[in-house]
Design a protein around this ligand. Structure first.
Ligand code: CTP
Ligand code: CA
Length: 225
């Protein structure tokens, strides 16, 4: 018991964390991206490792460096992120903090798309795999705790509650990413935790504090399994 306490409440737990944006190529020099900095996912991975977990940090091209003390797997696209997550299993928990692009360009051009006189390119999209839904709904080998995020700009609680049911994950951490909140790309977060028991709003706090609270809740939940 002493050794376990010294190593932290998550000692012996393997946890996969996805983080950052994905980049979806258009041609060799262009891509589609989003404004995720990777800050919340990075803070979560750091907090989990700090509590003793073995963390596999699957990250898209984030603007901030990954935390110390975790296994870093760098990917660019949603499809690469999915492969990396599947390769990292089995795990006790999966935390999907990445802002995965919902769509990719259907056919990446092998050569740079050139300007043509009077013509404009048209992009056609395909839907990306939903990594969180797939992991949530896998049978054998499903992590015992699967946590997703829900980035919403309106009706946060209702959308997030519906999202939890649709994806089949255990918890959703919902946040309001309306530009006015300054959360996307900022250092603070205001989240609502949705579980099977309902919704719990946390006060606005730093992304590091959200991460610490979440890590503590994850340790509790895994101990109860
Ligand atoms: N997610 C994922 N794979 C995707 C899309 C989303 O793993 N292709 C995960 C995100 O990491 C997040 C959760 O699903 O944990 C919810 O992401 P969000 O974009 O809020 O939900 P969507 O289901 O994509 O719905 P929408 O963007 O239409 O609100
Ligand atoms: Ca989405």
């Amino acid at each position: 018991i002493e050794a376990r306490l010294a190593a932290g409440p998550l000692a012996g737990r393997r946890i996969v964390v996805t983080s950052g944006p994905t980049h979806e190529p258009i041609d060799p020099v262009r891509y589609i991206a989003n404004r995720s900095s990777g800050a919340q996912g990075t803070a979560i991975a750091r907090a989990l490792a700090g509590q003793g977990a073995e963390v596999v940090f699957v990250t898209g091209p984030a603007t901030i460096p990954p935390p110390e003390g975790v296994e870093v797997v760098r990917v660019e696209t949603a499809r690469q992120m999915r492969e990396a997550v599947l390769s990292a299993l089995p795990a006790d928990a999966m935390i999907a903090a990445a802002a995965v692009a919902d769509w990719r360009v259907a056919e990446e051009s092998a050569s740079k798309i050139k300007k043509t006189k009077g013509g404009l390119p048209t992009l056609t999209f395909s839907e990306n795999p939903d990594i969180l839904a797939e992991i949530s709904q896998m049978g054998d080998g499903r992590p015992s705790l699967v946590v997703g995020f829900a980035a919403e700009t309106d009706d946060v609680e209702a959308h997030a509650t519906a999202k939890r049911a649709r994806k089949g994950c255990d918890w959703i951490l919902a946040n309001d990413v309306s530009p006015a909140t300054g959360i996307m790309g900022g250092s603070e977060n205001a989240v609502t935790l949705i579980t099977e028991d309902g919704a719990e709003s946390w006060p606005r706090m730093s992304k590091d504090q959200v991460a610490m609270q979440l890590a503590a809740r994850i340790a509790q939940a895994l101990d109860a399994v």
